[in-house]
Design a protein around this ligand. Sequence first.
Ligand SMILES: [Zn+2]
Ligand SMILES: [Zn+2]
Length: 137
Amino acid sequence: MKIFVNQVPFEGVFLEEEIDPSKLDLETELIKFSSPVKLKAHAWRITNALSVDLNIKTRLHAACSRCLKEFDWDWDKDVQLNYPLDNSITFIDLDPEIREEVILDYPIKPLCDPSCKGLCKKCGINKNEGGCNCGST
Ligand SMILES: [Zn+2]
Ligand SMILES: [Zn+2]
């Protein structure tokens, strides 16, 4: 998301945009996206600075680190950004900050559910979906 300084009145402006996650280089081996990154920004100017209240929303996709099931979850974050301005700055590119905010929240071990029971170490059955005959030993 680019904000052109001369298009931001002092009283502020509301902006919306959807970005393809690949444009922000957001996908990793573990984390994929099942929706675009949706941005809602309120930008306004104060003397020599631009302030932005930004809401970032998207839907992430990963395989559970315990049971390997693929699942989606909604992700949503509000951030406040401030950029100093001088006469040489015509626009602000928010993409590096947006990328950082999203990546900061990536789970190290994604879980389909905090209580996921995982797979049986012997037969490989998904223990969330039923028991197996291996017993508890
Ligand atoms: Zn799981
Ligand atoms: Zn088993």
